[in-house]
Ligand binder design. Structure first.
Ligand code: SF4
Length: 371
């Protein structure tokens, strides 16, 4: 049975220029109706006890204190959370009142959407928070002893310099968060950024500079005591994201909320995305699943490799064998030897993992594992 649950809150107080997540401006949205439908969906999940819950968005902290209380009362009524209970938050929305609500319901980890410490770049990104909001939010968290938080950052931003990255590293050293996610900005179609770049009004770095920045981030964080454990994730020892490791280990998980997805019994399911359709479907049919996709054995093995290779630890060779009834060597022996010869992959203590060189061309290596 799955031990992890993702809950999606698709509302934001402001829409960022680069964002292609499933979200809407919260103004005039049927937020309470959405919570009704979401709480009904949670009732359909069979597990009683979960190891991890991650509430993401959108921005979950766009909800009011009363709405947060209602949601969290329903979640904690329905499930016992045994290990990690994460809530995504925007710095300007993480007020002492909202933090108290999260704390009272047992949220024990915050994923704080900082993105950058450069005020000008925050404006370019269209973020609702400013530099001071970041420190106010962290002060509030520290005051109530909620010190297990992830700083969520981005690099490869338009106009960003190496000094900006050094500035973020300096803040990491001072703040000493438990965890850091540091993703490269991806320019997605249908975003403001995409259109500006297409019209030549904005530029992002070429692949070489992006690669140099990535290495700078990895080395800078390693020197500060944050070894990389996944392509874009770094942590102090014992503070890796248990919830996200569920995905990378290709383990089953539930998803609830508009546009969320889950993976149960080797089947991926995808929920309806538009908020109104989601609510209507729950009211009329008692179900919000838009489509399901059963993975055959070949697809399961491919995903085991793609997802597992994202982690520095790599893919567990023995687990692969017991899961699929075939040894990894039998299925992937020639590809692994070929990628080892290129210096992209290594074998260590029962795991097959990317090397530093392989990580720089990760997507190309992943393609080799298609069956
Ligand atoms: S706050 Fe997050 S989900 Fe909302 S628009 Fe910005 S990036 Fe997208």
């Amino acid at each position: 049975m799955a031990e992890s649950l993702y809950i999606h809150i698709p509302f934001c107080n402001r829409i960022c220029t680069y964002c292609d997540f499933n979200k809407v401006l919260i103004n005039n949205q049927p937020v309470d109706g959405y919570l009704d439908a979401l709480i009904r969906e949670l009732q359909t999940i069979e597990a009683q006890s979960l190891r991890t819950i991650f509430v993401g968005g959108g921005t979950p902290t766009a909800l009011s204190e009363a709405q947060l209380s209602r949601l969290l009362a329903a979640v904690t009524d329905r499930f016992q959370v045994t290990e990690e209970f994460t809530f995504e938050a925007n710095p300007d929305e993480l007020t002492p009142g909202k933090l108290d609500v999260l704390n009272n319901y047992g949220v024990n980890r915050i994923s704080l959407g900082v993105q950058t410490f450069n005020e000008d770049l925050l404006k370019v990104l269209g973020r609702s928070h400013g530099y001071d909001d970041i420190f106010n939010a962290i002060n509030h968290m520290e005051k109530i002893g909620l010190d297990n938080y992830s700083l969520d950052l981005m690099y490869n931003l338009p106009g960003e310099t190496m000094q900006d990255l050094d500035d973020s590293l300096r803040h990491v050293r001072t703040l000493s968060p438990k965890h850091i996610s540091w993703y490269s900005l991806i320019i997605e179609p249908h975003t403001v950024f995409y259109n500006q770049i297409r019209k030549g009004r904005m530029k992002v770095d070429d692949d070489d500079i992006e690669g140099q920045k990535y290495e700078h981030v990895i080395n800078g964080l390693r020197a500060l005591g944050y070894p990389q454990y996944e392509i874009s994730n770094f942590s102090q020892p014992a503070f890796e994201s248990e919830h996200n490791k569920t995905y990378w280990k290709n383990a089953p998980y539930y998803g609830a909320g508009a546009g969320s997805h889950g993976y149960i019994d080797n089947t991926r399911y995808y929920n309806i995305k538009p908020v109104n359709h989601y609510i209507q479907s729950m009211e009329e049919k008692g179900s919000v699943v838009k489509e399901t996709l059963e993975l055959d054995r070949k697809a399961q093995m491919e995903e085991e490799m793609f997802l597992g290779l994202r982690m520095n630890r790599g893919v567990d060779v023995e687990r692969f064998g017991s899961k699929f009834g075939r040894s990894m060597d039998d299925v992937y022996g020639s590809v692994i030897r070929q990628e080892m010869d290129k210096g992209h992959v290594r074998s260590s203590r029962g795991y097959i993992a990317l090397t530093d060189k392989g990580r720089m061309v990760g997507n190309t290596v992943f393609m080799e594992f298609l069956l």
